[in-house]
Design a protein around this ligand. Structure first.
Ligand code: MG
Length: 402
């Protein structure tokens, strides 16, 4: 591995060329700081460094299109479509035994058949981004809660109210976009009856562990692009007239749509599942638990060490830089020893170089200097490392730090 003599013909270009290609970093930075030796390192609650190039890239999702009144938009590429205007194959009646859903489907929408009962998805899920469009009848009948009423029940138990509140006052915590009986919408953003209203909902269920609530769960709602609920804490399943109390939710549940006796229309219904939060064992995002952070850091370090072992085993510089990078995630004593051995050999070779040879190795020496400076600054390698002093001296003499 690193016990072979240092090969001065090798340029450790991989790290900074990768940084340049992906980040578009300024060329001066590309030369002086590789991707692994840049921002503040991981800590007890963050498994990643700041600006960490080892951190996985976000998955690419092809966006959908926005709806018009005449035409529903196209869902994003990774959405799970629950209703595309053609049939109720993803839905059943919410009645016992889940008989077929009896709502009407025509002209690209589904419509409540009053008295047929609520319907719900066959899919069972929890945390999600949910998109629903609905329209109240053009012909206005009734008032208050009796006019254009339906509801979207998250996990089948938490209602986000669907109601024609266009010029139709009702109790605020029962308006369109309310968390029913819990929290009114911030504003009334509803269009006139007959027009489609667009709901975009972000739902996080409560998290309980050993009888203790770690997170009450919350819901964010946009109506027609306007924020009406901002991470509103849940208070348990919603209910009518009675205040509910908190308790653990099931692991999963359906989306339920309410038959409240009005011929409400729905179209373009889809969702995207969300990844778990750190508090429920998710391993990304910031501020993980110390336990999860440690495990994640060990896993990242192991991946980097495995990557270092790939490729040309004579490429000692690439291997050394990768191993130094791994130290930011896990201060593995065997790896520290390998790096120190390599640093000793490199320092010996450096001392034997004449001024022209040093000038010819400008990029290589600067990349190693950046790595050594970073690892010693953050206590990953001892500040007394002889290679550090020699690199500091050379960089200063050559004015490469300017
Ligand atoms: Mg309702």
């Amino acid at each position: 591995m690193l016990t072979s003599s240092v090969e001065f013909g090798t340029l450790a270009s991989m790290n900074y060329s990768r940084a340049f290609a992906v980040c578009g970093l300024a060329f001066s930075c590309v030369l002086s700081c590789s991707a692994g030796f840049y921002g503040d390192p991981p800590d007890a609650r963050h498994p990643w460094a700041i600006h960490d190039m080892n951190r996985p890239q976000p998955k690419v999702v092809v966006p959908g299109t926005f709806s018009t009144q005449e035409q529903p938009g196209k869902p994003p590429a990774d959405a799970i479509v629950l209703f595309d205007g053609t049939d109720l194959s993803h839905w059943v009646s919410a009645k016992e035994g889940a008989p077929p859903a009896k709502w009407k489907v025509e002209d690209g929408h589904m419509e409540v058949v009053p008295g047929s009962g609520d319907i719900q998805t066959k899919d069972q899920f929890a945390d999600c981004q949910l998109h629903v469009e609905w329209a109240a009848p053009t012909e206005v009948k009734g008032s208050g809660q009796g006019r254009g009423n339906s509801g979207i029940f998250l996990m089948g138990i938490c209602e986000i109210q669907v109601l024609d509140v266009y010029d139709n006052p009702t109790y605020a915590d029962g308006g369109a976009g309310s968390v029913y009986g819990v929290n009114p919408p911030m504003v009334n953003a509803i269009k006139p009856p007959g027009q489609y209203q667009v709901y975009d909902i972000v739902f996080r269920k409560p998290v309980w562990k050993d009888g203790t609530m770690l997170d009450p769960g919350h819901v964010t709602v946009f109506i027609n692009g306007i924020l009406v609920q901002e991470a509103t804490p849940l208070e348990g399943p919603t209910g009518h007239m009675k205040r509910t109390t908190h308790g653990p939710f099931p692991d999963k549940g359906p989306i339920k749509l309410q038959d409240h006796g009005n011929p409400m229309r729905f179209r373009n219904i889809w969702y995207r599942p969300l990844s778990p939060r750190p508090i429920e064992g998710g391993t990304d995002g910031g501020f993980l638990t110390e336990e999860a952070t440690k495990a994640k850091r060990q896993s990242i370090a192991a991946d980097i060490r495995a990557d270092a072992a790939k490729g040309d085993s004579k490429d000692t510089l690439r291997i050394a830089l990768r191993l130094m990078e791994s130290l930011a995630y896990e201060l593995d004593p065997a790896t520290v020893k390998k790096v120190e051995d390599w640093a000793g050999e490199y320092d010996t070779a450096l001392k034997a170089m004449n001024p022209d040879q040093i000038k010819g190795k400008k990029d290589e020496i600067r990349s190693i200097h950046g790595a050594v400076r970073y690892t010693t600054q953050f206590g990953l390698l001892p500040a007394s490392l002889p290679l550090k002093a020699d690199l500091d001296r050379i960089v200063k003499e050559q004015k490469w730090d300017k």
